[in-house]
Design a protein around this ligand. Structure first.
Ligand SMILES: [Zn+2]
Length: 99
């Protein structure tokens, strides 16, 4: 659902509107209700708003990811230690190297 930024030609107000596909775009200024509004090619405003939207989703998304990660084999904290050879079973490395 795209978020567009509009600027009122009459009063200069800038506002954003979510425009669902198939729905009409806003036709009047939200401040002065003039109909002389123009959609702004404002990449910054759109990007900023998308970042805000992702940030608002973040806690729920992070918990969902952590729940899924906890069920994978990689979540086992001892997984690397269990693969190691204990000192008692390791071959004798020989005398220490003299530098
Ligand atoms: Zn206006």
């Amino acid at each position: 659902m795209p978020l567009f930024t509009y600027r009122c030609e009459a009063c200069g107000a800038i506002f954003e509107a979510l425009v669902r596909s198939g729905r009409a775009e806003p036709t009047a200024c939200q401040t002065c209700h003039a109909t002389a509004i123009r959609r702004q090619p404002s990449a910054f405003a759109v990007t900023h708003s998308e970042v805000d939207a992702l940030r608002s989703l973040d806690p729920m998304y992070k918990r969902m990811v952590e729940d899924q990660m906890a069920r994978t084999p990689d979540a086992e904290p001892m997984r690397h230690l269990n693969k190691l050879t204990p000192f008692s079973a390791a071959p004798d490395p020989g005398p220490p190297i003299d530098f």
